[in-house]
Ligand binder design. Structure first.
Ligand code: BGC
Length: 499
């Protein structure tokens, strides 16, 4: 791949020299050449390993107590909550007899901004209220009894048990007081109890683990679940024998254990990631400086902000001074642009970038000149490409660590699903890092849009958990007796079908 890929739309022919110099400077700052990708990925692999040791490292590598892959024959009715960065989603999932099938009904609730920086009681109260509304709407006058619930809580939570999780720290701009360092299940269950809801939390899961399990439900070759969305992270199945920090549990070394990597924290030590001055500002001004270094360069929450900071910097730069005749008040407001803004710029099909012009005018009151539009276009490409290439470093690292030369990766999240060219850029980077030969027509490691990990994945993990508790495997289960009480635990689908 050429070091600096040419811009697909627009041309730099009419870009004045001072602006062109800035574009070249940005290309230098944001382009990660193959050799650097390889170095980053190699360090990533050793950090993944380190995270599994007693001593630990930047990457938390959290054992999740999800201890098997689905067979496709899981069965039953489950509730799931998906508490992501933007919305709260409540689902009811039915896993029927047919292999790999599911039915889902769901409702979305907006996650009010105030809640993200409010109090713990308000947060859990709101989640429980939404669940109550959902039950009242879909099951009016029905007698429900201890319906098993999978709760997708997509933040780093240390799990001594699958039905327990101590929040290490908030990410993705959340900053709710009194939650960090505490079990999130306990106050949530208390809120359910207060409302008399007939629900039993069976599994607290991460969205990446859900994505892994939901994808594996329909795809036997899926080995990794990834989220490239508001935040960024991955999960995969490890063997107990490779997790020194769990050696004291004395479980069979061959036992599988899903690991929620929490790789957003990669390189908090700042050893290999080529951070730009803009990445440094993002970190400094975030609610948790020094944390989630990798995530802050690749996740959707930050892409628009990086873009904004660059433009603001250039506006104030006496050497080029962009947007001279516009009021940049709106551009001065932090986090006004999200990654969909960059997507829209990259999607502008017109050579004269008219859509981009309108977008800047409507969103920011900026009446950009043609050369300024060229700069915006190139900048969006650079930021989007860097995110995809760094995302590939993480997956390549897991594959190297596990010695997987071919597999499928189930991926979800707004950046993966909606950002133009993400998949192609990601695959190109994988090719460079792993030295895939040109003759290899099909990518040996293939990224695919995942099944709904936070809904179906949560239900499946609840089903797998109930099943193993019924079978007497209570490792990593808090109060196994209570977990089975009253629940219609899932029976595995008829073996005849499988055979
Ligand atoms: C969180 C992870 C999550 C990821 C994707 C990160 O900010 O720490 O737990 O998996 O976002 O949602």
């Amino acid at each position: 791949m050429p070091r600096k890929p040419p811009s697909r739309k627009g041309s730099f022919a009419d870009v004045p020299k001072d602006l062109m110099q800035q574009i070249e400077r940005l290309e230098e700052l944001f382009t990660i050449p193959t050799e650097d990708l390889k170095k980053i990925s190699a360090h990533f692999a050793s950090e993944l390993q380190k995270g599994l040791t007693e001593e630990g490292g930047d990457i938390p590598m959290i054992p999740t107590w999800c201890m098997s892959m689905p067979t496709g024959y899981e069965q039953g009715t489950y509730l799931a909550i998906d508490m992501g960065g933007t919305n709260l989603r409540i689902c009811e999932i039915i896993l029927p007899e047919e292999k790999g099938e599911f039915d889902i009904i769901q409702s979305k609730y907006r996650m009010p901004e105030e809640l993200k920086t409010g109090s713990a009681d308000e947060l859990w109260g709101y989640v429980a209220d939404c669940l109550q509304q959902f039950i009242e709407y879909h099951h009016e006058d029905e007698e429900l009894d201890q319906v098993p619930l999978g709760f997708t809580f997509s933040y780093p939570a240390t799990q001594d048990y699958i039905n327990h999780g101590v929040l290490q720290r908030w990410t993705k701009g959340f900053d709710v007081d009194g939650v960090e360092g505490k079990d999130v299940v306990e106050p949530f269950e208390a809120a359910l109890k207060e409302r008399g809801l007939p629900i039993k939390l069976t599994a607290l899961i991460n969205d990446t683990t859900g994505t892994l399990i939901a994808s594996a439900y329909t795809d036997d070759l899926c080995r990794i679940g990834c989220i490239f969305g508001t935040g960024c992270n991955a999960a995969y199945m490890e063997k107990m024998g490779n997790i020194p920090k769990l050696a004291h549990m004395k479980l069979d070394p061959e036992t599988p254990m899903a690991i929620n990597c929490e790789w957003g924290a990669f390189d908090n030590e700042h050893k290999v990631l080529p951070r730009t001055p803009y990445d440094i500002i993002i970190d400094k001004e975030s609610p948790r400086p020094g944390q989630q270094t990798f995530e802050k360069m690749v996740a959707g929450l930050y892409l628009g902000e990086i873009f904004r900071l660059v433009l603001l910097d250039l506006h104030g730069n006496p050497d080029c001074k962009i947007f001279e005749n516009s009021d940049v008040a709106k551009l001065k407001k932090a986090y006004t642009l999200d990654s969909s803004f960059l997507s829209a710029i990259e999607e502008d099909p017109f050579e004269n970038l008219v859509d981009t012009h309108l977008l800047l005018l409507n969103t920011l009151d900026i009446d950009a000149t043609k050369p300024e539009l060229e700069l915006c276009r190139r900048l969006a490409e650079l930021i989007g490409t860097r995110a995809a290439r760094l995302g590939a470093c993480g997956v390549a690292a897991i594959c190297k660590k596990m010695d997987w030369s071919s597999c499928h990766v189930g991926a979800d999240g707004s950046v993966f699903n909606k950002y133009p060219h993400y998949k192609a850029r990601w695959s190109q980077a994988m090719r460079e890092i792993l030295d895939w030969k040109k003759e290899q027509r099909k990518d040996p490691i293939e990224i695919r849009a995942a099944e709904d990990g936070s809904g179906v994945g949560a239900a499946l993990i609840a089903a797998l958990t109930l099943k193993r508790v019924q079978e007497g495997n209570t490792a990593g289960i808090r109060d196994p007796h209570a977990m089975l009480q009253g629940t219609k635990a899932s029976d595995e689908k008829s073996k005849e079908v499988e055979d």
